[in-house]
Design a protein. Structure first.
Length: 277
């Protein structure tokens, strides 16, 4: 098996990618983004007999040098790097600076796509970030014991058009809806913060619609939910969550749906045939 590189941000995603790659017999080199990756990732890499390195956000040249030095020709990006951090407070090295000066738009898609191009120029191909995590992709249909009621279905259906539009503009991937009115829209702050803000604005009964981009590049910025998402919803009395089947990672697997059942929250997977793009 080939050696796989994992460029790791925060959250559980890098741990799961590491576990998945090793279970398939791949040797692994982990390059952790120092400002984002969990400290426990280094120990997890050691226990998995994986090579571990840490680089500062913005040091693209060093990242490429490490991967090339380990003989890596294929890599995945796993884990979040907060959007606000990408465009503020980083000190780019010469390699990343050459990417930034070529950007026509300073959005996440444009930046990471350009980074992928530079990595390819150096002989490193970015793979679909879910390549080792197929079982964790959301299924179609009702995923919890409780199905959505008529009002929740109306709100979710109403929300799809707006959510698809903002995702297509690379603004965010989630919106909150209540009584067929958009309460909150995600930008750089992340889904959990949108849920909290929606609760503070509209109170209990908001519904959350989280979508993939119309032309979602599965190599990066794939929609993700987990137990923390359910916890954020429960805290504000949100009752329903829609995610895009086949293009959303359910980080904690069946535990997410069990937590939602306990909280009385319904989760549905929008069929691929009904998604935008």
């Amino acid at each position: 098996m080939s050696r796989i590189g994992i460029v790791a941000g925060n959250g559980k995603f890098p741990f799961l990618a590491l576990q998945g790659a090793r279970s398939l017999g791949h040797d692994v080199t982990v390059v952790a983004v120092k400002e984002e990756a969990y400290a426990e990732l280094e120990q997890a890499a050691r226990e998995a007999n994986a090579s571990f390195h840490s680089v500062s956000l913005g040091h693209l040249g060093k990242c490429i040098k490490i991967l090339k030095g380990d003989g890596v020709s294929q890599a995945v990006m796993a884990g979040q790097v907060k959007h606000a951090k990408i465009f503020s407070g980083i000190v780019p090295d010469l390699t990343l600076l050459s990417v930034l000066t070529r950007l026509r738009a300073k959005n996440t898609d444009a930046l990471i796509s350009a980074v992928a191009d530079v990595m390819r120029d150096h002989g490193i191909e970015l793979l679909d970030s879910t390549v080792f995590l197929g079982p964790l992709l959301a299924r179609e249909g009702v995923l919890t014991r409780r199905a959505p009621d008529a009002a929740e279905l109306d709100d979710v259906a109403f929300g799809y058009r707006m959510a698809d539009a903002i995702a297509g503009l690379d603004i965010g991937q989630a919106i909150a809806v209540k009584d067929k009115a958009v309460v909150a829209v995600e930008a750089m702050e992340g889904t959990d913060q949108v849920i909290a803000r929606a609760g503070s604005i509209a109170g209990a009964g908001v519904r959350i619609v989280k979508v993939a981009k119309p032309k979602q590049d599965m190599r990066f910025d794939v929609p993700v939910i987990g137990i923390a998402t359910v916890g954020a919803m429960q805290a504000v009395g949100a009752t329903a969550l829609s995610i895009d089947a086949g293009r959303t990672l359910v980080m904690d697997g069946e535990q997410v749906f069990a937590a939602a059942d306990q909280a009385g929250i319904t989760i549905v997977g929008r069929p691929r045939s009904e998604q935008s793009g």
